[in-house]
Design a protein around this ligand. Structure first.
Ligand code: PGA
Length: 249
């Protein structure tokens, strides 16, 4: 499966910073053969769309509304994202689950709406440190995946991307070993495949959480790790490109 590397800029960026960052990315794309995307803050979609013109780097958002249109102050619809050339929307990132109270049900609605609107949702799942220490990783991640599978038609399953992001690894510099991550990825793969063998085998399952050039290769060589969702390291063109190069082998 062709690997996918996605940058999640979170609430970082400015007109000047984006120009420099994407200028750096643009100038280092030769030799990269994986799929590449950046998920940028909403206000910069138009700017980033134009900065990425005529490159293979795809644009994405960091959230999307579960509603199609209407009186939802502050929300952004799939249609609006498509207007700016977005192909992806991150859905259910742990920071939104934690700070914006997004439940498994809200996340499932957003995944469904994104698919219906023609976007590829990047569904984020992952356990807290406490849940990991209690030996509940598989249960927590399994529940997060199943909440979404419950609302999808069989044929829709292949339209999602999953990102396994242990919450204790996000922005901390700590990571599971590639083998530990692979165990969770294999469990996710099983759930997807048992729902629909053909569709489930085609879903890309990304690893996220302190992925950087020095540790990416170990994750990317695991059989069920099909790419990465990159936070901090995506804010430096050299690091982002270095990870993309490792995913291109
Ligand atoms: P990080 O973030 O790479 O900075 O740990 C990953 C993410 O939250 O998507």
């Amino acid at each position: 499966m062709r690997k996918l590397i996605v940058g999640n800029w979170k609430m970082n960026g400015s007109l000047a910073m984006n120009t420099e960052l994407l200028g750096g990315v643009r100038s280092g794309l030769s030799g990269i053969s994986c799929d590449l995307a950046v998920c940028v803050p909403f206000p910069y979609l138009a700017q980033c769309q134009s900065l990425l013109e005529e490159t293979a780097v795809v644009l994405g958002a960091q959230d999307v509304s579960s509603h199609a249109v209407g009186a939802y102050t502050g929300q952004v619809s799939t249609r609006m994202l498509l207007d700016f050339g977005c192909r992806y929307a991150i859905v259910g990132h742990s920071e939104r689950r934690e700070f914006c109270g997004e439940t498994d049900e809200v996340v499932a609605d957003k995944v469904q709406r994104a698919l219906a609107g023609g976007l590829t949702p990047i569904l984020c799942v992952g356990e807290t440190l406490e849940e990991k220490e209690d030996g509940r990783t598989q249960e927590i991640v399994g529940n997060q995946i199943n909440a979404v599978l419950k609302v999808l038609e069989d044929r829709e399953v292949s339209g999602i991307v999953v990102a396994y992001e242990p919450i204790w690894a996000i922005g901390t510099g700590k990571t599971p070993t590639p083998e530990m991550a692979e165990e969770v990825h294999a469990m996710i793969r099983n759930l997807l495949v048992s729902r629909n063998a053909e569709a489930g085998s085609r879903v890309r399952i990304l690893y996220g959480g302190s992925m950087k050039p020095s540790n990416a290769a170990g994750f990317l060589e695991m059989p069920d790790i099909d790419g990465g969702l990159i936070g901090g390291a995506a804010l430096k063109a050299q690091d982002f490109l270095a990870i993309a190069k490792l995913a291109s082998i």
